[in-house]
Design a protein around this ligand. Structure first.
Ligand SMILES: [Zn+2]
Length: 285
């Protein structure tokens, strides 16, 4: 069993390099982020009194910029083999700093959901900071760097890699959750959801959710599609397993299922810190 598994890990590593492919398209719908009278009240109580928004209403609300990180390296790699899916430690530090200096506040998926579905208020200049693929440096580098500024991150875990070399351990994932960061699902082994069938739904959606709930002791309610690729067939399977929202990358949101095609953007190593802020503003309208 040893060799096949090693082969699998190599395949996984190769796949991770190409994770979450994206193209840049922009939604044309816009509105200002609402600041409503429910701010400060218990949102769960407020929301019970409200009707959930229609897809059309959700699409009309201004999107929150959502950053997506994969690898964070100590030093720049000489080749471009990673195709932009990594930033250096120095770049990452500068990016967190520019967010803080520009007055951004990190929000959680629950806050985004309550805003989109119930119109709940968000802090001024909201941003969501997300990490895919369970990398160990998300714990060792990203977590302390974000915490300097009071930011909370969202960590999308592919559960097959837990406890493997260079990936996070169960204990690290639990600590993220205990410290107020959000743990979410990125499938079991990073298969494209448009190729799933039969028992795959259970393997890719149910099992990781249950495993992460056991580790964190909290409900796992958010999913990020491997490679950012979604499908119409996958959405009902995801919904019936208790996920409230699912995240794509830079492709267009679906007009009927905006909650399960929520947009993010991969942070490019080509951007300056200020450039990143400009792209955030132009991409999420
Ligand atoms: Zn991924």
């Amino acid at each position: 069993m040893k060799n096949p598994f090693r082969f699998f890990l190599m395949a996984l590593a190769a796949q991770a390099l190409f994770s979450c492919s994206s193209s840049t398209t922009q939604s044309s719908q816009k509105d200002s982020i609402s600041v409503n009278t429910t701010a400060g009240r218990d949102t769960s109580q407020v929301n019970k009194e409200k009707q959930p928004a229609s897809a059309q209403e959700i699409l009309s609300r201004k999107q929150v910029p959502i950053l997506c990180y994969h690898r964070i390296r100590e030093i720049q790699m000489p080749s471009k083999s990673s195709m932009g899916y990594e930033v250096t430690l120095a770049q990452f530090k500068a990016q967190m700093k520019v967010l803080a200096d520009s007055g951004y506040h990190s929000i959680t998926p629950n806050q985004y959901y309550d805003y989109l579905v119930y119109g709940s208020a968000l802090p001024e200049k909201p941003v969501m900071i997300t990490y895919d693929d369970t990398r160990e440096e998300h714990y060792t580098i990203a977590k302390p760097e974000m915490e300097k500024y009071g930011f909370k991150g969202v960590f999308y875990i592919m559960t097959i890699s837990i406890n493997r070399p260079n990936y996070m351990s169960k204990e690290q994932i639990k600590q993220l959750s205990d410290d107020g960061h959000i743990v979410a699902s990125h499938s079991w082994d990073h298969k494209r959801v448009d190729r799933l069938q039969g028992n795959d739904w259970m393997e890719q959606f149910d099992k990781p959710k249950k495993q992460l709930e056991e580790i964190t002791g909290k409900p796992i309610e958010y999913f990020a599609y491997p490679f950012g690729i979604w499908s119409q067939d996958a959405i009902p399977e995801i919904k019936k397993r208790g996920y409230k929202m699912s995240y794509i990358l830079s492709t267009k949101r679906d007009s009927l299922e905006p909650l399960h095609t929520a947009r993010r953007m991969i942070v490019s190593p080509e951007w300056t810190p200020q450039g990143m802020v400009r792209v955030m503003k132009s991409t999420f309208r």
